[in-house]
Structures are given as C-alpha cells and as structure tokens.
Write a protein that binds this ligand. Structure first.
Ligand SMILES: Cc1ncc(COP(=O)(O)O)c(C=O)c1O
Length: 412
C-alpha cells in the first residue's frame, strides 16, 4: 500500500462525510432492494442500488452538489463540459445553490440532452465536434467569466460526493461485495474509499464496456493509459483515460475489473425493464450485464449492484426492446414466396389474422431475380404470443400450399 495514495484515500473519506450533509439535503437516499431473480442466478443474495431513481436520473448529481456547494460565496457561477449526466448534475446543483451554470456540449449532443440540461437552469453552449474541443471551450469560459470549472470525475470533492453512495450502502445492508460501473472512475473511487475504510473485507468490482476498457488497461499497465473508445450503448462510460486521482484510488482499492459487450449490455437493459420494472441506461446496466453473462462470482455472497443511471435515449431503448422481444420469440419473421396473382397476399394475411398474430411490417417484393417467374417474395414481421403460434401459422400456410420459413432472433 503506497502511503501517498492512502492519504488520498483518507482525504476522500473525510470529504465524503462532509458531502453527505450537502447531498442528503438536495438529493435522494436511493433504495437498495433485494432481487430474488438475480439472487437465484447468482446463487447468493443480490441487492440493486437504484441510482437511476436519483434526482436528474443518475448518481452524478451527488459529486456535482458537493463540488458546487463549495463555490458558494467564492464565485458567481460554474462551468462544466459534458454531453451526459454530469451536465444535468451540475445544472441542477448550481440552481439548488443559486449559482449560474454554463454547460459546454459538443455540437453533436442530442436535442433531448440539451433540453434536459437547460430545464435544470443551465446556459448551454454548443462548441466543437468532439468532447475535447468542448472541454477547451469550457476552460476558456471559466477563465473569462471567473467561474469555477467542475470536473466530471478527477477531483477530490467530486469523488467524495460520489462516495455518498458508499455511506448509504453501508447503512442499508451488510454487504460482502459491491459492483460498480466505471467511466472515468469517480463513482468507484468514492464508493471504494468509503466502504473499505469502514468494512475492509468488502470486495469492490468495477465493470467497463468492452468498447472503452481504460481502467482495466490502466490497472494492468500500472499507470493511467489512454485508449480509443468505440461507440457503445453505455455512452456514459466512454472515457478515453481514467483520472490521475481515480486511478490512484482504484489501483489501491479495486479488487477486480470485468468488461461486458454491447449485446450483454442491451440484454441487461431489457431484463431490468421486464423483470424489475427498472429503466436504466447502458452505463447503468453494466453490473447486471456482467452477472447475467456469468462474469461475476457472487455465490454465497451478499452483493450490491449499482444501477448508476436511467437517462436512456428513447430511440435507443426502442431498438433494444425490439431486439429483446425478437430474442424472446415475441417478434418473429416469416419469409416465403407466393404466386404473383391478385388476392394471394390477402390469403396469407387472413391465415395470420386467424391465429391472432399482429402484423408489424410486410415486404412484398416482385422484382427479386432469385424467384421463379410470376412469384413474389413475402417477408412478414409479426408480433406473436409465442413461437408456438408462429409455428402453427407456418403449418397453416403450408396446408394452403404456401412455403414459409420462420426466422427468430435479431437480424445482424
Ligand atoms: C450512468 C453513469 N454510470 C456510470 C458513469 C461512470 O462514472 P465515473 O466517470 O465516475 O466512473 C457515468 C458517467 O457519466 C454515468 O453517467
């Protein structure tokens, strides 16, 4: 254990105790509830920490509240660069303390994120095509206006604010293990510092998207290293490099890192919505993704998985739901051909309707050259109660002389 890191650890714990007072006044103590389904899968007791129900939809508001609270009386406003949850956290926190906030977002930021950030009272400045350009602009504005810059993760106060999740976990259950999503590392550093200080036996496991495994790579290298993040449904975790402080704490206190791929994250979002009625964004679902993918060893343990946020774009959610329904056999595709005479498509659709399947889409292609002459290719996208019903439809179609095959699962 290296002493300078231990000092940093202790500092975070002391600051985090102060942060508790501020955070508890302006944010929720989020529920920690047991999940019987996940407990069964894990072979231990699994709790979920619902930070997706936090004010602004993610834990990020905790660090923002503590950092911004320290600026009261010092400056008139704060500046941050973010196209995600940090933006909303800082906007909310500055409104709570009567300070101005400027949030710089890349020009590519989604309209829904811009609107959400404005709705919390921030002035939004769109600048640059990538995050780094927005960041430089934010530092420039901070200097010009004399505002304080609020970093997204590499700052003792921000880490301490995120550490308030750790205090709550210590009070809510007697845990052996905690599973935490990792972007720049602020959340895991805060939780690990607080929990290990008071319960050293607690294991802390970090989860990253395979698209941006910067903490995994850095811990392996023994120093913070930069990676080139790929696009991911877990956009909150797409940081290039861990922070110096977050890396230092993680290298001292994090027991294990795990990565999950895009399919695993999507399935976890679907699972949480269907089984737990919990809406999570990709970054918020990676812990459950790791468990469902069999990448965590939780047998006989009492574990908490942090659902760190719920701000998912509804168009992304729509795609995930369709893939999930398709995988579950509730949306199927029937592919076949019919003679190209009038009334043929209607006969096919009548058979489909007789089995109470719902038609989502129809393709009727008469120019596909792979077909025999005077035939049309037909692709039906159907909503069905079960695969058995879809199979029954195929049999009924066969009886009428039509040849169709059933395709399940998402088309890649
Ligand atoms: C929902 C969500 N989870 C996890 C993270 C990662 O947090 P950190 O950067 O503190 O590791 C973020 C970061 O924005 C986030 O928005």
């Amino acid at each position: 254990m290296r002493s300078e890191f231990s000092q940093l650890w202790q500092k975070v714990v002391v600051e985090s105790e102060r942060a508790r007072e501020v955070v508890s006044k302006h944010a929720h103590v989020t529920p920690l509830n047991p999940s019987s389904t996940l407990s069964r899968i894990a072979g231990g007791k699994v709790f979920l920490k619902y930070e997706n129900l936090q004010k602004t939809g993610s834990f990020k508001v905790r660090g923002a509240l503590y950092k911004v609270s320290q600026q009261i009386g010092r400056v008139k406003g704060v500046v941050a660069a973010s196209a995600g949850n940090h933006a909303q956290g800082v906007a909310y926190a500055s409104s709570a303390f009567g300070l101005r906030s400027v949030i710089v977002m890349p020009e590519t930021a989604s309209i829904s994120k811009i609107e959400a950030t404005k709705s919390y009272g921030a002035e939004v400045v769109l600048h640059g095509r990538v995050f780094d350009e927005a960041m430089l602009k934010a530092l420039e504005i901070a200097k010009e206006r004399g505002y304080e810059f609020v970093p997204a993760f590499d700052d003792v106060s921000v880490i301490a604010g995120q550490g308030t999740v750790g205090w709550e976990l210590l009070e809510q259950a007697d845990l052996d293990l905690v599973v935490v999503p990792v972007g720049g590392g602020g959340l895991i550093a805060g939780i690990a510092a607080v929990m290990k200080r008071f319960k050293p036996s607690v294991k802390v496991i970090g989860v990253e998207a395979e698209a941006a495994p910067k903490m995994t790579a850095s811990l392996k290298a023994g120093r913070p290293v930069s990676i080139d993040p790929k696009p991911s449904v877990a956009d909150g975790l797409l940081t290039k490099r861990p922070g110096e402080l977050t890396f230092a704490i993680a290298s001292e206190l994090v027991d294990e890192m795990v990565t999950v791929d895009e399919e695993e994250i999507s399935q976890a979002i679907y699972f949480l919505l269907e089984r737990k009625k919990a809406l999570t964004e990709g970054a918020g679902a990676v812990g459950v993704a790791a468990l469902l993918a069999g990448k965590l060893k939780l047998e006989g343990k009492r574990s908490a998985i942090v659902l760190s946020g719920g701000n998912i774009d509804l168009t992304v959610l729509n795609k995930i739901l369709i893939r999930g329904l398709s995988r579950a056999g509730k949306i199927v595709r029937l592919v076949g051909q019919v003679p190209d005479y009038s009334g043929q498509l209607k006969r096919v659709l009548d058979i489909v309707a007789s089995k109470r399947a719902n038609v989502l889409d129809v393709l009727h292609d008469r120019v596909d050259l792979s077909l025999p002459p005077w035939h049309a290719k037909v692709v039906l996208l159907l909503e069905v109660p079960s695969v058995a019903v879809a199979e029954e439809i195929v049999r009924e179609l066969e009886k009428d002389g039509y040849s169709f095959s059933l395709e399940r699962g998402p088309r890649e």
